[in-house]
Write a protein that binds this ligand. Sequence first.
Ligand code: SAM
Ligand code: DTB
Ligand code: SF4
Length: 312
Amino acid sequence: MSTTRDRITQIYHQPLPNLLFNAQQTHRLHHDPCAVQLCTLSNIKTGLCPEDCAYCSQSVHNKTGLIPQELMSAEAVVAEAQAAKANGSTRFCMGAAWREVKDNSQFERVLEMVRQVAALGMETCCTLGMLKPHQAMRLKEAGLTAYNHNLDTSPAYYGKIITTRTYQERLDTIRAVSAAGISVCCGGILGVGESVEDRLELLEALYHLDPVPESIPINCLNHVAGTPLQDVPAVEPIELVRMIATTRILFPQSTVRLSAGRVKMSDELQALCLLAGANSIFTGSILLTTPNPERSHDEQILERLGMIPKPL
Ligand code: SAM
Ligand code: DTB
Ligand code: SF4
């Protein structure tokens, strides 16, 4: 009898023409192959994060020279969301460099941001670190659509990248998010020194979430000087395409987001990823702290491919 792991391995390693064909067939059953969801990120609280994620510019453990910034005002964040909406984004994601949410006035301010962004008629997402069940419920009441909390890599490799929290703690937050009726955005990061096997074990861990994530961001490392991973080699392009196609086949209904790392990808590689089943990108020249292609460039790629921003 074949295990999930065997199935994932078989999907990933089949000849690329067959893998792409299968991914496209799956994609077309559930999604418009010509539409890409545009999302915008806002870094609502920057830097001084107590976690030690080896890839991150915002960890206090990494000497990256990032200038920290306290939690933004709700007004300033809502203004960014309005601009994002005007530029075609249908999803707005607010990220805070916190280890976990605390029950204080800062959380109240985030809840106010969520209420106001939701009132704009956008999908509203937050990524604030670990959450307790009652905090997830308050975010749901405020109108939150989705919560981003990545498993990042395989259970086995996780400890090489982050030592200040466990895989199980990630799973506990994801459970609290689902239990509150919020949709889960959970994916990973490639190019942090992991093997292809680790990537497939990440997919297996995502597959065992119940429910499976509605949104799966696939990030490629944006190298940050001063982090332990600053010199790790870039992800091999065809391996990225295989990873996206395998994700699409395993999660037919989910939105697969080609997230960080696009700034170093050729237009052709991004096109292949979109053909392999990715159906969302982040737009705007900065993600949270690292560079991203200019919006005008993304518009031009979509135009050349005959693709359109996905309406809500
Ligand atoms: N602090 C939050 C948390 O605990 O989940 C979330 C914010 S963090 C920026 C969200 C995800 O972005 C990480 O899980 C990782 O996959 C990705 N990420 C962070 N830094 C990155 C980098 N330099 N390059 C690519 N992806 C990165
Ligand atoms: C995710 O998986 N990718 C986005 C979103 N979730 C928050 C963030 C990418 C951040 C890249 C690093 C930075 O810009 O600091
Ligand atoms: Fe903190 Fe998130 Fe960066 Fe990790 S990825 S150091 S939790 S901001």
